[in-house]
Write a new protein. Structure first.
Length: 115
């Protein structure tokens, strides 16, 4: 059985395709206490796609004492790293600015009945 490796074609994937793939991957990650994905919740502050295929994600949590603080960044890293065109993924957990409900997308607010 051959091992999978990153090919030059994967690294040279169109950056907008890579970004769209990352966003779609992030939409599959949920805070277990809120039935909305972390992207729509506004927990993703920045996605930086470097030319070599490395991706850096800055994210936060709804609160510093969030029970998933130890596991959610690792789940995000694994999902982003699995996107075609991504060579590696690094997730940085940040607390500034502090998350608040106004950072949620309109779709998330509608889903949670916050209108």
């Amino acid at each position: 059985m051959e091992e999978e490796s990153t090919t030059p074609e994967q690294v040279l994937t169109d950056p907008s395709d890579v970004e769209n793939g990352i966003v779609e991957a992030l939409k599959t990650v949920f805070d277990p206490e809120i039935p909305v994905n972390i992207y729509e919740l506004g927990l993703i502050y920045d996605i930086d796609i470097l030319e070599d295929g490395d991706v850096k994600v800055k994210m936060t949590l709804t609160a510093p004492g969030c029970p998933v603080a130890g596991t959610l960044p690792g789940e995000v890293q694994a999902k982003v790293a699995g996107v075609p065109g991504v060579k590696s993924a690094d997730v940085e957990l940040v607390w500034d600015p502090a998350w608040n409900p106004s950072m949620m997308s309109e779709a998330a607010r509608l889903q949670l009945g916050m209108f």
